[in-house]
Design a protein around this ligand. Structure first.
Ligand code: SF4
Length: 289
């Protein structure tokens, strides 16, 4: 997640525009652990396609780092407030990469696909009113409803395949802070909040851990670079929308599609907005932005 200052408001989006990040050096431990995670996934979802396996390995790589970071942070007597059933951050705009979205599209049940379609229909309907990033993020937080992959028990229904932007969120403050509208916060409360943050650890001015977000962005970038090498372009942005796009258009099957054709597909479905999606390395952008 990234904190964005949009005018007076501090808005949160899961991941977001990329910035160069410091390379994070960590030991890629236990190949065995990596294999174990793949095996658990295999038991739940059946045989993996080669494509899913490579995403899963990226995710496992991230999870190994995050577990080690978390263990050492907790040992120092500090607290991370993320708990099972706490889904505050699932009410924010969710960012992801196209390869991650394709992998999730491959495991959705009919019921999950129905929730997803309802969510995308609501988003599409509101789109003409969402004229800038501020209104787009606020609409997600206040009106659209939670991520369509959040189930009725408040748990992530695609947990093993949730994107890196979700994995990267570790909250150093109680969950109530994850959904606060900072534009409505009393200036004194805002000041108290900001001065309470551990600047050595958080991606200031958010209360989320910086190290996991940096690695998440770095691994996302790796996925996008690989995609660009293969296709000549890469796609990232609104995660549920990309999953819906794959379910409905099977773009991953169209090996020779160029970025111009992709823009045409997006325009035909009225989702060619740069608020929603980013096409990189092609000279093309949705909606001509
Ligand atoms: S993918 Fe899962 S963890 Fe991420 S926002 Fe959706 S429900 Fe929450």
């Amino acid at each position: 997640m990234q904190a964005l200052n949009v005018g007076e408001e501090q808005c949160f989006i899961k991941s977001g525009p990329r910035e160069p990040t410091e390379a994070l050096h960590f030991s890629l431990a236990s190949k065995a652990k990596n294999t174990y995670i793949t095996k658990c996934f295999h038991q739940k979802y059946g045989k993996l396609s080669h494509r899913w396996e490579s995403i899963l390995k990226q995710h496992a790589q991230f999870d190994i780092f995050a577990s080690a970071w978390l263990a050492s942070y907790l040992e120092s007597g500090k607290t991370i407030y993320c708990r099972e059933g706490c889904a505050g951050c699932c009410n924010l705009a969710v960012h992801g990469t196209w390869p991650e979205a394709v992998a999730v599209a491959g495991i959705l049940s009919a019921q999950q696909a129905t929730y997803l379609t309802g969510y995308i229909n609501r988003l599409n309907k509101a789109l003409p009113e969402l004229t800038d990033l501020k209104s787009y993020l606020r609409y997600h937080r206040q009106t659209l409803g939670p991520c369509p992959f959040l189930n009725e028990r408040g748990a992530c229904s695609i947990y093993p395949m949730r994107p890196l932007s979700c994995r990267a969120l570790l909250s150093t403050r109680p969950s109530a802070w994850c959904t606060v509208d900072f534009s409505e916060l009393d200036p004194w409360d805002k000041q108290a909040y900001e001065s309470s943050l551990d600047r050595q650890v958080v991606a200031w001015p958010s209360h989320y851990v910086a190290a996991t977000q940096d690695l998440g962005r770095e691994l996302e970038e790796t996925l996008l670079v690989k995609m660009q090498q293969k296709k000549g372009w890469s796609l990232s942005g609104n995660f549920p929308l990309m999953v819906w796009l794959e379910l409905n258009c099977q773009l991953s099957e169209r090996d020779n599609m160029d970025s111009k054709e992709l823009c045409e597909v997006l325009a035909a479905r009225a989702i060619d907005s740069s608020l929603l999606l980013t096409i990189s390395g092609s000279g093309q952008s949705p909606g001509g932005y």
